[in-house]
Write a protein that binds this ligand. Structure first.
Ligand SMILES: Nc1ncnc2c1ncn2[C@@H]1O[C@H](COP(=O)(O)OP(=O)(O)O)[C@@H](O)[C@H]1O
Ligand SMILES: [Mg+2]
Length: 245
């Protein structure tokens, strides 16, 4: 369905004790969009993703993914989620991890094996497929987690800092892949700290203190702030907000 809002959130509020992590946040993402979530540490990016995926219950507001009110288990087969604090099994090999999570998604082993080749090439771990995950570096383990989150060809994927600790060349190939997925109508919401990554998104939301301070194409955000690069634009937005509060 062209033009369908596959992510739709209204007035999300989430408190942890006295701290408000999401402060009445609304968000819409149409199908096939590569949406970047930027913002400083503690802005609420991870909380937003976990709330959208139905892993945290908002105190107020609601989220719909692919037309379903969350939480809803029926979305699971079409939803990919790479957590910031990802979990992989150190005692299993790379391919065994993929098979294990593939089974959780209800995929046949033969299907996982077929799909694994391409994904392991993407994350440049094809030659490490039989190695124990515990023997890999942190960046490599993150790449295993990315492969797992895309194993079942989700229509919608939330990737929470997928490129943290990944070297620049590989980071670029990840983003080439994200763009290619979006061209195939997969919707991606990706958090990032890096301006060159935000620049590759169709739309960027800049989050601070649980609110979307601004949202737009990278060019629109530059125009709003009168800056020539997104780093300066984000600093400007952050400072404007600090002056106000
Ligand atoms: N489970 C939790 N318990 C208490 N506070 C939390 C919890 N999760 C997040 N927070 C707080 O909520 C705020 C937003 O955190 P987070 O969503 O992780 O931000 P980001 O991903 O943008 O760095 C932070 O101040 C963080 O300390
Ligand atoms: Mg986070």
């Amino acid at each position: 369905m062209a033009g369908e809002q596959v992510v739709r959130a209204e007035g999300l509020r989430k408190r942890f004790g006295s701290h408000t992590a999401l402060d009445g946040l609304s968000l819409s993402v149409p199908q096939g969009q590569l949406y970047g979530l930027a913002g400083p540490n503690g802005a609420g990016k991870t909380t937003l993703i976990r709330t959208l995926c139905g892993l945290l219950r908002p105190d107020e507001g609601e989220a719909h993914l692919l037309g379903w009110r969350m939480p809803n288990t029926r979305v699971r087969s079409q939803l990919g989620y790479m957590p910031q604090d990802f979990a992989v099994y150190d005692d299993l090999s790379v391919i065994q991890n993929l098979e294990f999570f593939g089974e959780l998604y209800g995929l046949h082993r033969a299907h996982v094996r077929g799909r694994a080749d391409g994904l392991l090439d993407l994350v440049q771990l094809a030659d490490r497929r039989r190695d124990r995950v515990g023997s890999l570096s942190g960046g490599m383990r993150r790449r295993v987690s990315l492969a797992i989150s895309l194993l079942h060809k989700p229509r919608l994927a939330f990737l929470d800092e997928p490129t943290a600790g990944v070297d620049p060349k590989l980071r670029r190939s990840f983003w080439d892949y994200f763009s290619a997925l979006a061209e195939q109508d997969v919707t991606l919401v990706v958090t990032t700290h890096l301006v060159e990554e935000a620049q590759r998104c169709h739309r960027v939301g800049f989050l601070m203190a649980g609110r979307l301070l601004t949202e737009g194409t990278p060019d629109e955000i530059l125009a709003q702030t009168g800056k020539t690069n997104l780093d300066d634009a984000f600093i400007e937005l952050q400072e404007r907000r600090e002056v106000k509060s």
